[in-house]
Design a protein around this ligand. Structure first.
Ligand code: SAM
Length: 220
């Protein structure tokens, strides 16, 4: 998959690319490219933002700057999905992650300040996606959330492919929450581990996990 991120802070993504799951699929299943709006800004001094028409606080990321960045990389408007990261977009959930992970090419646009000139969302993007009903200062963290969530769905991303099958919101758990996990020590400060997990009886363990998953999902 080719995943392109447009941002004002490309270096913010350094740590993401150094660790699993992104590091495991980079150069293989994932071709992650980072582009700075400033590098292709057609304006003096690589300006990217401007005051809002009508007045008010803050600055707005200009539509001509975003268009110039897309033109420079794709030679025009891309044919594939272009997602504008916005708190006003469709809320990200696992079905949307699966949908995006199935794309061959995907572009993420992040903004800062007051956000995008609305014409970016209306005319340059195909989708607007929010990572949750709260406002962050910029689209870099939302873009990293989307990249990480997509990367772990790509073949070879996880040390053990099994961990991507039985996890919260997966089809294997019927979209529910995953069961609890425990590891050594079996006893710690008087806190034990459910006996069934120490029994070695895989059928019982499996049944217990499914029940725990069901209970947690009902409670949530
Ligand atoms: N003025 C905007 C509003 O009230 O809807 C908020 C702009 S926010 C300070 C700046 C940028 O951060 C947004 O344009 C978007 O790219 C990103 N951003 C902030 N919160 C986000 C969220 N929950 N999901 C996705 N992107 C977000």
């Amino acid at each position: 998959m080719q995943l392109d991120v447009f941002t004002l802070i490309p270096h913010a993504f350094a740590w993401l690319t150094e660790h699993r799951p992104v590091a495991s699929v980079l150069g293989g299943e994932l071709d992650l490219r980072l582009f700075s709006y400033r590098d292709t800004s057609p304006l003096r001094a690589r300006q990217v933002d401007d005051e809002p028409y009508g007045g008010g606080a803050g600055m707005v990321l200009r539509v001509d700057v975003v268009a110039a960045a897309l033109d420079a990389v794709y030679g025009g408007r891309p044919e594939h999905r272009v997602v504008a990261l916005s708190p006003q977009g469709r809320q990200l959930d696992q079905p949307l992650v699966e949908e995006l992970a199935a794309e061959q090419r995907l572009t993420l646009l992040s903004a800062r300040f007051e956000g995008f000139d609305e014409r970016v969302v209306e005319h340059l993007a195909t989708d607007a996606v929010s990572i949750g009903p709260y406002v962050l200062s910029g689209g870099e963290l939302p873009a990293m959330v989307v990249v990480d969530a997509i990367a772990r769905r790509l073949p070879g991303a996880l040390g053990d492919e099994e961990s991507g099958i039985n996890e919260s919101f997966s089809d294997a758990l019927e979209g529910g929450l995953e069961y609890p996990h425990y590891t050594r020590p079996a006893a710690f400060r008087g806190w034990g581990v459910p006996d069934v997990l120490l029994s070695g009886d895989h059928a019982r363990i499996d049944a217990w996990r499914r029940e725990q998953s069901r209970l947690r999902s009902v409670r949530a």
